[in-house]
Design a protein around this ligand. Sequence first.
Ligand code: DHB
Length: 304
Amino acid sequence: MAELTVDIAGLRLQNPFILASGIWGETGATLARALRAGAGAVVTKSIGVAPRAGYANPTIVEVPAGFINAMGLPNPGIDAYKEELEEALKPGKPVIGSVFGANAREFCALARKMEGYGVHALELNLSCPHAQGYGAQLGQDPDITKRITASVKAAVKIPVFVKLTPNVSSIATIGKAAEAGGADAVAAINTLKGMAIELELCRPVLSHGSGGYSGPGIKPVGVACVYDLFGAVKIPIIGMGGISSGEDAAEYLMAGATALQVGSIVYKKRDRTFTHLSRELSHFLSSHHYKSARALTGKAHGRS
Ligand code: DHB
């Protein structure tokens, strides 16, 4: 049997598959359910300083090869999230706290509280494609990315991951800025900006208008971003975007990822997601005579 265990910035994962932010992440019970169903780790919903209701419905629409969503960063606020994390931490596996803020001060306050609640690492959301003043509006700028990352790194001891947007001309430039700010890993990619139009009503389907496109349709974009990042940074890369099979996972690993996140596939495979992906990746590795998932990282670059 090929070895699926991976290490990312000091975290040991039983397998490379991490539940992505925004999927089952608003409650501790659903995060714990993903861990008990075999996830290597989970990422929380992005949490901010105050409670937010999010946008009006509709907030998600299924499109060919995926979904477009614009939830509007709904979350209970950092203070109320403490008890959710107590639940999420019960299975004893890595929990990564995702946070979003409007500036370095908010990010630091959120990061300190998350660390105090016991999360094993942080993921900075510098990539939500549609929230005014948050996410990608900060993460499309390399100087802001570097400054926020460096501030959070100075505020906490746990590893800090930076989640990047593909909606830029050079994701490598933003990845380098996160690395220069001291990031322990980068996660790529967040969703691609997208829109669906409701023809009979002559207006966008989603109440917010545009949203983030995820699912199998974005996989080639994610693989290209991970490939570019691997050539640009030395820190590990967490790859994601449309992974729904063991072969998809192998592609991301060969492009340069050390660990992987999954989101849209969870809507199809539910609790079977993680055992399904682990079994398929295992099969791919054994049938191609690889000893471990680790051995695949960066293979497509012909230098390892
Ligand atoms: C939301 C969407 C994102 O892509 C993200 O990174 C954070 C939040 C949302 O709509 O809530």
